[in-house]
Design a protein around this ligand. Structure first.
Ligand code: AR6
Length: 169
């Protein structure tokens, strides 16, 4: 049984087994959640990411997929990097966004992570409307078959928190 919890705050301050990063395909950093995780988690995360790029992920991590690294100095054991789709008004990419949550939880299960913190993937730089991002996130986690005991959505501002709260209610 997975419990969904909501927190308004900074995902880099969470004590969980795994923190999910809203990354990009390069895995080499960026702004938003990605920038915050690398800043606070320190260089060990980027070192792991470079190793992944030198190995199995030479072309980068495809959209909708997930891969784990160390969590460096974060109060977590792993960072699970996932690449959300860029929002498009003309093309329905919601299956890819749902895949981010499903794949991240699959990786979490492989690792044995029981508490997993997610940001609102794609709802920042990638432009996904928050209400729809929240709907897809909550529905996908509810429907996922996972050993995770807690899935914690960590929402940066009140608007995002309220959007997720409407879905969880
Ligand atoms: N904790 C929790 N949520 C946060 C934090 C934080 N520290 N910082 C931002 N958010 P984004 P995306 C919220 O842009 O849309 C990066 O450059 C933010 O307000 O981080 O998937 C990557 O490298 C928004 O609601 O992710 C990619 O290139 C949500 O997290 C690209 O951005 C997601 O915003 C990915 O864009």
């Amino acid at each position: 049984m997975t419990t969904i919890t909501l927190v308004q705050g900074d995902i880099t301050e969470q004590s969980v087994d795994a923190v999910v990063n809203a990354a990009n395909s390069s895995l080499l950093g960026g702004g938003g959640v990605d920038g915050a995780i690398h800043r606070r988690g320190g260089p060990a995360i980027l070192e792991d990411c470079r190793r992944l790029r030198a190995g199995h992920y030479g072309k980068g991590l495809p959209t909708g997929r997930a891969v784990a690294t160390t969590a460096g100095d974060l109060d977590a054991r792993w960072v699970i990097h996932t690449v959300g789709p860029v929002y498009s008004a003309s093309e329905d990419r919601s299956a890819l966004l749902a895949s981010c949550y499903r794949e991240s939880l699959r990786v979490a299960d492989e690792l044995g992570a029981r508490t997993v913190a997610f940001p609102a993937v794609s709802a920042g730089v990638y432009g996904w409307p928050m209400d729809d991002a929240a709907r897809i996130a909550v529905r996908t986690v509810r429907e996922a078959e996972t050993d995770a005991e807690e899935v914690r959505f960590v929402l940066f501002d009140e608007e995002a928190y309220d959007a997720f709260a409407r879905q969880v209610r």
